[in-house]
Structure formats: structure tokens, C-alpha cells
Design a protein around this ligand. Structure first.
Ligand SMILES: [Zn+2]
Length: 285
């Protein structure tokens, strides 16, 4: 990483200045695209989700205290009892309101959804089990050395039609939803092969010469990447920001991975979903 931290900060500053023009809300490529269209000028603060390039596999795993957790029916009923709402076995709007009320009373983050912080405040025994399960899951997706997850902020998968090979095979990447303006970094070392605009892909950048020999493509960026063709990047180098330029429904990174020899030079797009986990990507919901 070395000096890249300073460069990153400077670049992100530049990007922020460069993108103060309003972003047009483009229409949709994705049937039921799933994301929210939040346009924000300020880049989202990098979170703990940003994985260092060569994370030691033995690093302690910290799990999110405020991320929504999935509960069994019985667990849901326990939460509803604690939140003083009539138990009906589902997390409907009444339960959400009651949880929010409970969270406000206990001065917790008001999400209206069950999370570790809330389950612990409710003194529910299964909170520990859920924390252990989350840690195990995170450990199993320990990032591979030399790669980082490119979205430096909370993100989530989309609905049907946003995964690789969907839309009758026309979707050659995967859509990862995050607030517009969330910083994007290179997933690995490589060289910038293209910085372009495309009516479908909007502002996009292609990284070649990666450790796997495959090309990475980042589309719908909020503004043109400040990088130029031929620039060298390392894992974690800023490349741009999540946006919804081109034909995009909601702010998201459309990520493509092309087999060697790469993007429109003899390679083929393949499913990037396994890489999302391998690079340490953990969806926020
Ligand atoms: Zn897409």
C-alpha cells in the first residue's frame, strides 16, 4: 500500500470536485434492478469492510453489530416478545416499528431490524450463536492475498436479472448495489487498459495485467476515472466512484471479469460472483 493511501485521499478529493454536476437518472437495463437511486455528492466513508491487500488469514474476525440478521421463526417470536409486539411469526411493519421503538429507548442504532446489537440488548441467548455463525461465514471468505473488494462501503446484491448470464445471457457481469459516490478501488494490481464512456456501461474502466491474467471491468461509474490508459494500479488504488451513468437502474457497480487475453481482445466474460466472496466482499444485507 505504502504511498497509495495519500494518493488515494488526493484522488478521492479530485473525484469529488470533478463530479459536482448533477447525475442524470438513466433508465434501466435490469428488469427489477433492485437498487435505490440515491445520489450523493460526498463519497461514502471507507468502512471496516475495506480489506487490506494482503490480509493475514489468521486475522481476528469482527462481525457487524448493526447488520440485519436472519432469524428463525422461534427467534423472531422471542424478539417480538421483547419488543412488546403481538407475535405472529413474521417481521411485518408492526414488528419493525416496535423494534425501532425498542432501539430508540435503548439508544441503539434505529434500524427497525434485528441485529446483534439489539439481540444483545434484549439479552437473547441466541445472539452469541448468531455472532459465531457470522464470524465463521466471514472466515470462510477470507480474502485471497493480493486482492481487495473494490466497493469501499456497504453494498448488496440485486434482484433477479442482476446476476451473470441473466437476461437471456445478455448480462455479462454482476450488479453490486451501493450508494452513488461510494469509492471504488482496483481489486488487484494491474494496468489500465481503457477509460471510456459507453451508452450502456456509462463511465467505465478496464484493468488488465492482473495476477490471474484476467481483465476486470467496472461500469456505471459516477464520473470518468481520473486514471489514464497505461497507468499502473495496485490492489486498493482508487479507480472511481459507484454511480448510475449509462443504462443503469439504481447506483451500482456492474463488474465484469474476462478470461485471458481479456476484454474484447479474445477473452470471454465469466461469472464474477465467486470472486466477490474471494475478494472479501460481504454484503451488508
Ligand atoms: Zn449490470
Amino acid at each position: 500500500m505504502r504511498s497509495t493511501t495519500v494518493r488515494r485521499a488526493a484522488l478521492i478529493g479530485l473525484l469529488t470536485l470533478a463530479t459536482c454536476a448533477p447525475v442524470a437518472q438513466a433508465d434501466d437495463t435490469a428488469p427489477g434492478g433492485g437498487g435505490t437511486s440515491v445520489s450523493s455528492m460526498a463519497p461514502a466513508a471507507p468502512t471496516a469492510q475495506a480489506t487490506p491487500a494482503a490480509a493475514a488469514p489468521a486475522a481476528p474476525v469482527t462481525v457487524s453489530e448493526t447488520q440485519t440478521v436472519k432469524l428463525t421463526r422461534t427467534q423472531t417470536k422471542s424478539v417480538q416478545r421483547r419488543a412488546h409486539v403481538r407475535a405472529d411469526g413474521s417481521l411485518g411493519s408492526r414488528t419493525r416499528t416496535a423494534i425501532k421503538r425498542y432501539q430508540r429507548k435503548k439508544r441503539l442504532k434505529r434500524t427497525g431490524r434485528p441485529n446483534l446489537q439489539t439481540l444483545r440488548a434484549m439479552k437473547l441467548k441466541f445472539a452469541g450463536t448468531i455472532a459465531a455463525q457470522m464470524a465463521a461465514k466471514q472466515r470462510s471468505v477470507a480474502p485471497i492475498a493480493g486482492y481487495v473488494f473494490p466497493i469501499q462501503g456497504p453494498w448488496h446484491f440485486g434482484d433477479a436479472g442482476t446476476f451473470f448470464g441473466e437476461r437471456g445471457g445478455a448480462h455479462e457481469g454482476i450488479d453490486l448495489f451501493a450508494t452513488c459516490g461510494t469509492p471504488l478501488v482496483a481489486a488487484s494490481a494491474g494496468t489500465i487498459k481503457a477509460v471510456k464512456w459507453d451508452d450502456k456501461g456509462g463511465n467505465y474502466v478496464v484493468i488488465t495485467g492482473t495476477p490471474s491474467g484476467e481483465d476486470q471491468v467496472y461500469m456505471h461509474m459516477k464520473a470518468p476515472s481520473p486514471l489514464k490508459v497505461g497507468d499502473a494500479v495496485t490492489a486498493g488504488s482508487p479507480v472511481g466512484m459507484v454511480g448510475d451513468t449509462g443504462n443503469a437502474n439504481g447506483c451500482h457497480l456492474h463488474l465484469e471479469i474476462w478470461t485471458s487475453p481479456g476484454y474484447y481482445s479474445g477473452g470471454k466474460p465469466r461469472d464474477p460472483k465467486p470472486d466477490v466472496a474471494a475478494w472479501g466482499g460481504v454484503p451488508s444485507r
